[in-house]
Design a protein around this ligand. Structure first.
Ligand code: ATP
Ligand code: ZN
Ligand code: ZN
Length: 851
């Protein structure tokens, strides 16, 4: 049998399956999805089996055999392998990259050399040869005759040549294996006696001098549960050799047992029961349940205002899914994957829940992942990559806050989890629920068909590779929940024109109304949430005398100031330097650090409201593991009056005593050079306003702005999603942006500017030529169903990064156009015989960040 293997080399040139023989002893073990070690270009590399056939494309005799099978249960299932190839097609990336994205980092194995002393050499080692033996050789012997080559070289750097010679001679044999970054944690465990009668008898007859052993045996008979050796030893203040002595008599058993690193171990999640659904929830639930019962692959857009009880709908539909013995995946944005969120799912489904997010150590992640792979978990809750949770029978995929841009991965593979979810659901005949108070325009357009047929970006029916899955959801059903639970009103939103404040002589960052409202809350013992819209907010260093700003020497962007360490850092390349005391350009001392914004607000609060208790949440205060959790728990226990923060305080929080939400600068995100800036602003304001008045106490929201007439701000004030969408769609149609077309951004980068420009021009003209040849007439399409427009090349918004210049082309298209194929063709036409293009090319399909 022949295995088709994708070898882990991150290059387009080698991105195809290579054939390997499956050795006799691995037959029946190697499957599609298996991880193997294979010889490749003189090395051993990790790879994934993506197919098994009887016939090779080449002479079978010349094929090399698979060197190693790395797991007993393949880490990937055939449906994930298929999904990977869909991803690499749709997002123009290598299959290797897609496959790698699906497995936990712990399984990204690296080749490692192990050396052993040859057998005959061990036997021959006579007394005198031992005497004069090299130190490194005896060292290997001490290690049982085998050890990692790297460890040996590290210990005896001066003997490197000797060691190499020994390998050549055959005194040492070298073997290359793939080593995982991490392994399963094993714990030495003591098991109670098998034969109790025998053990009881032994207990009676224990010799008096072995009282300690007797105690161990008595304990194990009483508790009858396996217990970790370390725990037992500590509980009885005894030693492991005492326990071993009992085991040696055959009365106990000691074995290593696999143990999970459970990040939530020892935490009690209060069990919750399903709530009786409100009318609105019930209607939505019934629709989804029907689809689950019928095992249909359907997409639902659950448009529920903040506080409408979406989470309870998620929980009860998951329960329905589990009743059908199918599994559920819940995606939430990383930033709102708070303990509060986890608690809701653990509280309902207990140990059946596996949690996957980036704040876990890679060991914890690996163990949660195995819990899914081995069928011990039925529900996976996690950030973007949890969409790859290795379940076998998925019934339901939920994406909470579906409009969040963090569902798009910014590194290769640049996939959108929402689109992958729709695709994966189709493989499993599962339902997809996209939930949001502010659905993305793309999803909303797909569900409500506000974009007419001929305009829609998604009229493409052929060429699945180029069709966005969310667009495919044109059959998506819109499920509205327009009311809050318990008939609670939406909070009243006041807009404050900050220009008037300045006119009236108020130079503080708080308007008089916000100041007033905060005071009131302090007096009444209620809580407030303050949002500083940090997108676009300055954290850079500027000289007030000459206007100098500190720039990264390798990238054309401003350095960010970190107050704690007084260091200037580049967020793109990591370059760091000490913050200057004097302006490097004019020597002025008026060089100001525009601190992280939230810090300044915090200082101001302390000045204006002496004794105020503020919790500040931003990137600086939440880097430590568990800090997120700590702050939110504190706030929940009312140990602070104000929760002040960036975007991370805007979402998902549900605190009963929050009656005031203040937005300090609503419009910093409004003027970013991104066609989604109005949408992002509207979403943020709506989300944060939704934190107020979710329970008995009524809520109030104060939004400070310099653009009180802007439609994104006015519609947010009135909680009017429909009005916002209507206005925004007008702009998008006029400007030719999604959902009226689809985008691909191709970024080219190189150290040589002339080569870069030349390649960029060539790419654009080749694309235009190919499009023309395939009968697409350009931006003015005759029948109104399809067009393609190739813009650029122009310098990227960040024109230089890590010493490389950057240019980009933007492809806009609509209708039945296989833009990916055109692009792949164009890139390969630029490439040399080795398949490598002359400059680095990176492709972003359906980009979220135009910046
Ligand atoms: N059927 C119900 N009966 C009583 N209370 C409910 C019911 N459903 C939800 N709730 C409560 O209503 C509050 C709001 O619900 P939830 O947090 O799920 O809203 P949401 O739609 O997710 O809002 P957001 O988008 O703002 O996060 C919660 O405190 C929740 O416990
Ligand atoms: Zn200066
Ligand atoms: Zn840099």
């Amino acid at each position: 049998m022949i295995a088709k293997v994708i070898v882990d080399v991150p290059s387009r040139a080698t991105d195809r399956p290579f054939d390997y023989k499956i050795p006799q002893q691995m037959l029946g073990w190697v499957e599609v999805g298996s991880r193997v070690g294979v010889p490749f270009g003189g090395r051993v590399l990790q790879g994934f089996v993506i197919g098994i056939t009887e016939h090779a494309d080449f002479d079978v005799k010349k094929l090399k055999p698979i060197a190693e099978l790395l797991d007993h249960i393949p880490p990937l299932s055939p449906d994930l392998v298929e999904l990977a190839s869909w991803i690499s097609d749709k997002y123009c990336c290598t299959l290797t990259a897609s496959l790698q994205a699906m497995i936990p980092a712990a399984l990204k194995g690296k080749a490692d050399s192990v050396v052993s002393i040859a057998d005959d050499e061990v036997n021959e080692a006579s007394e005198d040869s031992l005497l004069g033996e090299e130190a490194w050789l005896s060292y290997i012997r001490q290690n049982g005759g085998t050890m990692r080559l790297a460890a040996l070289q590290e210990r005896f750097p001066e003997s490197a040549a000797d060691i190499k010679a020994a390998v050549k001679r055959g005194t040492l044999t070298e073997q290359v294996t793939i080593r995982d970054r991490l392994s399963v944690r094993k714990v030495l465990t003591v098991f109670p006696p098998d034969n109790e009668a025998l053990a009881l008898e032994a207990l009676q007859n224990y010799p008096a001098r072995a009282a300690k052993q007797q105690e161990v045996l008595r304990y194990m008979l009483e508790h009858r549960e396996p217990i970790a050796m370390t725990v037992l030893v500590e509980a009885l203040s005894t030693t492991s050799s005492t326990v071993r002595a009992v085991a040696d008599k055959g009365l106990l058993e000691i074995r290593e047992m696999e143990q999970s690193r459970d990040p939530y171990a020892g935490r009690d999640f209060k069990r919750t029961e399903p709530l009786p659904l409100t009318e609105g929830q019930q209607a939505v639930y019934a629709e989804i349940a029907e689809s689950l019962d019928a095992e249909q692959s359907r997409v639902f857009l659950l448009h529920g205002v903040t506080g409408s009880g979406k989470t309870e709908v998620y929980l009860q539909t998951i329960e329905r899914c589990l009743q059908h013995e199918r599994q559920a995946i819940v995606l939430v944005p990383e930033i709102s994957l708070t303990p509060q969120m986890v608690e809701r799912f653990k509280g309902r489904f207990g140990d059946l829940v596996a949690v996957l997010h980036s704040r876990l150590s890679s060991g914890e992640r690996y163990d949660e992942w195995r819990k899914i792979r081995e069928g011990r978990a039925q529900v996976a809750v996690g950030a973007r990559s949890a969409i790859f949770a290795p379940f076998e029978r998925i019934g339901l995929i939920i994406i909470d806050e579906e409009h969040e841009s963090s569902y798009k991965q910014e590194e290769t593979p640049k996939y959108h989890a929402r689109d992958v979810a729709v695709r994966r659901a189709r493989q499993h005949s599962a339902a997809v629920v996209l939930g949001s108070a502010t659905p993305s325009l793309e999803s909303f357009a797909a569900a409500s068909r506000v974009v007419s047929g001929s305009e829609a970006a998604n009229t493409s029916t052929s060429a699945s590779a180029s069709t966005s899955a969310s667009a495919k959801a044109s059959g998506a059903a819109l499920l509205p929940m327009p009311n809050r639970v318990g008939g609670r009103p939406m909070p009243k939103v006041h807009l404050i024109d900050m220009r008037d404040e300045l006119k009236n002589g108020n130079r503080s960052m708080f308007s008089r109304q916000l100041h007033e409202a905060l005071l009131e809350r302090l007096e009444r013992g209620e809580q407030s949430v303050l949002l500083l819209n940090r997108r676009g907010y300055s954290t850079f260093v500027m000289c007030r005398s000459c206007g100098y700003t500190a720039q990264c020497p390798h990238c054309d962007i401003s350095l960010t100031y970190h107050q704690k360490s007084r260091v200037l850092r580049c967020h793109y390349c990591g370059h760091a330097e000490q913050a200057p005391e004097k302006c490097p350009s004019c020597e002025s001392e008026h060089i100001r650090f525009f601190g992280t914004g939230t810090q300044r607000v915090e200082e101001e609060l302390a000045k204006l409201f002496p004794g105020i208790r503020v919790i500040r949440m931003d990137v600086d205060t939440t880097t430590e593991k568990g800090s997120h959790e700590k702050w939110l728990t504190m706030f929940g226990e009312r140990k602070a009056d104000v929760l002040l923060g960036t975007q991370m305080v805007a979402k998902g929080l549900d605190f009963p005593y929050v009656t005031l939400v203040g937005v300090i600068a609503a419009d910093t995100s409004l003027h970013l050079p991104d066609f989604r800036s109005a949408e992002k602003t509207f979403q943020l304001l709506t989300q944060v306003a939704g934190r107020a008045g979710r329970h008995q106490l009524p809520g109030e929201v104060i939004v400070q702005t310099y653009n009180p007439e802007h439609y994104a701000i006015v519609t947010a004030q009135h909680h009017d999603y429909a009005a916002f969408v209507q206005e925004e769609l007008k702009h998008r149609r006029f400007m030719g942006y999604p959902p009226f077309c689809r985008l691909i951004v191709v970024t080219l980068s190189d150290e040589q500017l002339p080569l870069l420009i030349q390649t960029g021009e060539k790419l654009a003209s080749t694309l235009r030529q190919l499009a023309y040849e395939s009968g697409i007439k350009g931006s003015i399409d005759s029948d109104g169903t399809r067009f393609i427009d190739i813009l650029g090349p122009v310098a990227s918004p960040i024109p230089r990064m890590k010493d490389r210049y950057r240019f980009q082309c933007m492809v806009k298209y609509r209708g039945n156009v296989n833009a990916n194929d055109l692009l792949k063709q164009a890139i390969s036409m630029l490439s040399g015989p080795q398949g490598q293009p002359p400059v680095q090319i990176s492709v972003d399909v359906d980009p979220q960040m135009i910046l």
